[in-house]
Design a binder for this molecule. Sequence first.
Ligand code: MN
Length: 236
Amino acid sequence: MVSGVERTGVNAAYVLSVLNAGGVPLVLSPLIGAGHNAELVESLDGLVLSGGEDVAPEHYGAAAHPALGDVDPVRDAFELELFRDARARGLPVLAICRGIQLVNVALGGSLWQDIPSERPGALQHTHRGGREDRTHAVQIEPGSSLARALGTTRLEVNSFHHQSIRELAPGLVVSGSAPDGEIEGAESPPGDPWLLAVQWHPEEFHRDARAPDQGLFHELIRVAGARKERETARTG
Ligand code: MN
């Protein structure tokens, strides 16, 4: 709600990051509902799952922790379905913050619902600083899609999350970790449709074309373009 009016949309940083990378961003509202996914997915070349509310724990068979944040059942339903349909069609997916959590849940994994209370001794993963403040390190698996997209195997990242991956879903591999062991990057194994998921916010660096983080969007657009070419060649 903004000034008493219901709104739907995403932070401009996501749209600008896709544009910077040469893509044409379409913002999909969860209010569309899950009934139109076939048409939606048909019209897309790739999917970005953005940050936001906590995924409702019922989706991974857990009871709500007292420190669970806001949940949005309409958005959960829309995005879980959209992700499954996008995967079934082989679309490349870039999942960010809530996105990495949603993807993990959709594929059968679970989440820590509140890092500060459930993971004593963990680093601080939320803070009140600027959106581009890099507050903790991430070690990146050499040879991973994440390393390729970033062009590095170590990066300081921004961090605005109180949840994270607990049990990793089958079909995902860890490709980035914080020094406290929190999973900060996960991806599909080689041979599966391209899926890259990060717990930090690479879109916030859209003003800096040289930021390694923006490489995630460039890689998404590159993979989406290559897939489209293959599809076009196949169907004539
Ligand atoms: Mn973090």
